[in-house]
Design a protein around this ligand. Sequence first.
Ligand code: HPA
Length: 251
Amino acid sequence: MLAVIGGSGLTQLANLDVSRRQVVRTPYGEPSGALTFGRIGTQPVVFLARHGYGHTIPPHLVNYRANLWALVREAGATRIVSVASVGGIRDDMSPGALVVPHQIVDYTWGRQQTYFEGGDTPVVHVDFTHPYSEALRMELVRAAEVAGEAVIEGAVYGATQGPRLETAAEIDRIERDGVNLVGMTGMPEAALARELEIPYAALCVVANWAAGRGDSGDAIHFSDIEAVLQEAMGRARNVIGGLCTEAFCSA
Ligand code: HPA
């Protein structure tokens, strides 16, 4: 079953035919909200709003471990697509663009980032050379084609701590690191998915130019972001819809 984790601008999936909601507890505490089960087309899908259904949980306080545990170990999800809003740095990552990143640089700190916490469990160092599932990334790209939506394939995602946005100098430094877009929730989510051995990929929605870039030269203007996000999240939903067509119903 496909799991979709929705970020800012995607607190529900309009194309999900909802059958039930379930509150789940995990050994790591409570997920961001009840899991929403339903179907898109013929495909069973489980959805979770990363920041809570009222969008009250900031990125550094999201219980990433509980969220992934609930989706994988309690709901039985076999693959996870994260939909997340980001700021664009690379020239082609302008507001409204949909991007399927292939790499991550992690700038977050102080988050619960592993299921391996010592005690009786042996230490495990998971391989994270390629942080996203290549197969699921390619399915997302092909699903976008099926849905007739343009996506940019390949980008380096920088996970920043938030909840504040970056300074212009931080974005300059992050760009020198080779990062193309920034968001606040990509880590430790991707690493935890790898620890659970579940295919995970991200569909990023560029909400704004990153600090100091494009029309964010003097400030990031939130009044513009809402409309951009709403329209682009509609296209992201279409891509998820594409992923739920017969061509991609392998799991
Ligand atoms: N920076 C970090 N995270 C974000 C941004 C940004 O500019 N826009 C949306 N999420």
